[in-house]
Design a protein around this ligand. Structure first.
Ligand SMILES: [Zn+2]
Length: 314
């Protein structure tokens, strides 16, 4: 075999899209989770590297993070093992998955899509709609309401914890610029920590992963929703659809971050340990438009501080 031709035998190297994914994967491989801790504000969970045995969900030989980012986190009931896996889901559609194992029970906790926008110079957006797939026997309406309620409660929790969640419950965890090989809105260490933390929290909310975190309330199914005559007025207010949309397209988010690079209020950048969110300068609720000129990058603290101020002011 002539080794000079091996490059051309491998279609992966010829495809720009895929080589960007490889670049991103190698960036993650070179990232270490600081002190094996995952953090949420001042709260942290102390873990250690490695898991007892591989968590395998399909015969994917194409796992770009194989051997990297496997951790064990002790919780009060035992130990949760987490494994990050990056592979092609379907036709050129990549995803990072977090699989978990607790008491020999294993399953997927959370996954996030890797998407690209035509307009964003090869950047990879790590964005995912928060959703649940609970099934309630024989009641599609109650099932739908239960899923929506979980989705809403979990999304609001993530929002309050400072994550970038849109009105339509899309979580934006990272924007990776393949040119500068850096995240634009966060650091790679924080991205890994956030992803693991969200996966662990999601497992708690899913309720069927065998563990519950003591810092969160237990999520119990209200038997009322299982009764067949459940009408919409018994569903919590939270699941009622919000009016309108202020969601900011991904390519516009990219442009704001590329322009601002740091928080417009306090001047800190992701290097200082903050994550950047996109904020409407004139609030959407006051008629502010979703255009580049009315958008700015703010760190999560300034963003939450600003929205609290807006609430009392108006
Ligand atoms: Zn700030």
């Amino acid at each position: 075999m002539n080794s000079d031709f091996s490059v051309f035998d491998d279609p992966i190297i010829l495809d720009k899209e895929i080589s960007d994914i490889y670049k991103f994967a190698s960036h993650l491989k070179n990232t270490e989770l600081p002190k094996y801790q995952i953090k949420m504000g001042s709260f942290f969970l102390q873990g250690r590297e490695g898991i007892t045995k591989p968590i395998q969900y399909s015969d994917e030989s194409f796992q770009l993070l194989k051997g990297y980012h496997n951790y064990t986190f002790p919780i009060h009931q035992g130990e949760v093992e987490l494994s990050l896996q990056l592979y092609e889901n379907t036709n050129c559609h990549y995803r990072i998955n977090c699989f978990g194992r607790f008491n020999n029970k294993s399953g997927q906790l959370f996954s996030i899509n890797l998407t690209k926008e035509k307009d964003a110079k090869g950047s990879i957006f790590l964005v995912q709609k928060i959703k649940f797939s609970d099934r309630l026997k024989g009641n599609t309406k109650a099932t739908k309401a239960f899923r929506q309620m979980k989705q809403q409660v979990f999304s609001e929790l993530l929002y309050k914890l400072g994550f970038d969640i849109t009105e339509t419950n899309d979580l934006l965890l990272g924007i990776y610029d393949t040119k500068s090989e850096t995240f634009l809105n966060t650091t790679s260490e924080k991205f890994i920590s956030d992803f693991l933390m969200i996966s662990l929290l999601k497992g708690h909310f899913m309720g069927n992963k065998g563990y519950q975190l003591e810092i969160l309330p237990t999520f119990n199914l209200n038997p009322l929703w299982l009764s067949s005559d459940a009408s919409s007025d018994v569903f919590p207010e939270k699941i009622q659809k919000r009016q309108g949309s202020r969601s900011i397209p991904l390519s516009l988010r990219f442009k704001v971050l590329e322009r601002d690079r740091c928080c417009k209020l306090c001047g800190r950048s992701p290097k200082d340990g903050i994550t950047l969110h996109i904020d409407h300068i004139v609030p959407y609720s006051l008629g502010g438009l979703t255009i580049l000129e009315n958008l700015q990058a703010l760190c999560q603290e300034c963003n939450i501080g600003k929205s609290n101020k807006s609430l009392t002011k108006y």
